[in-house]
Design a protein around this ligand. Structure first.
Ligand SMILES: [Zn+2]
Ligand SMILES: [Zn+2]
Length: 160
């Protein structure tokens, strides 16, 4: 994909949001948007900050934090909190709809997608005359791999 085309629509949405909220359209803010969309899966503020630093971009942690709040407000990312863990985020524009399984042992967050949930959603909408704009479905438990073998790649990563 050509660099100019990369995140074209996402950048337009963000630009429109910044203009209508009187925010300055700084390269730092766009850098946070780009990194959030380059990252596959979930991230937290620290992870995103480190990734941006690796690209030798000078963006402060406060700016990363701040920009994430703006990206949330304009719907470009979503925020989750699973159990007691700190907030994690993920891109939400043109990204597959999915729900989560959270392992209490290794803290790995698995994603799954089941179209039957959308059938439930539209049935409920019709039945209760309601327009659903979002939903959250989280399953908590233990991954079998860690329980059976005493080790899994996620748990090892966490212990390091
Ligand atoms: Zn696990
Ligand atoms: Zn997810």
């Amino acid at each position: 994909m050509a660099e100019a085309e990369f995140l074209k629509t996402e950048k337009e949405i963000f630009t429109e949001y910044m203009v209508s909220n009187g925010l300055r359209k700084t390269p730092e803010r766009y850098a946070v948007l780009e990194e959030a969309y380059r990252t596959n899966g979930h991230f937290n503020v620290d992870m995103l900050f480190e990734l941006i630093q690796k690209r030798k971009l000078r963006v402060s942690r406060a700016t990363v934090y701040n920009t994430i709040e703006h990206l949330l407000k304009c719907g470009l990312i979503t925020k989750h909190q699973f159990g007691e863990t700190k907030f994690i985020y993920e891109k939400s524009f043109a990204y597959k709809q999915h729900d989560h399984l959270i392992c209490g042992d290794c803290e790995k967050v698995f994603e799954f997608c089941d179209p039957r949930l959308y059938q439930i959603q539209s049935t409920v909408e019709k039945y209760l005359d309601f327009k659903i704009s979002q939903h959250a479905l989280n399953f908590y438990g233990q991954c079998n791999k860690l329980k059976q073998t005493g080790a899994c790649e996620h748990f090892k990563i966490k212990k390091q």
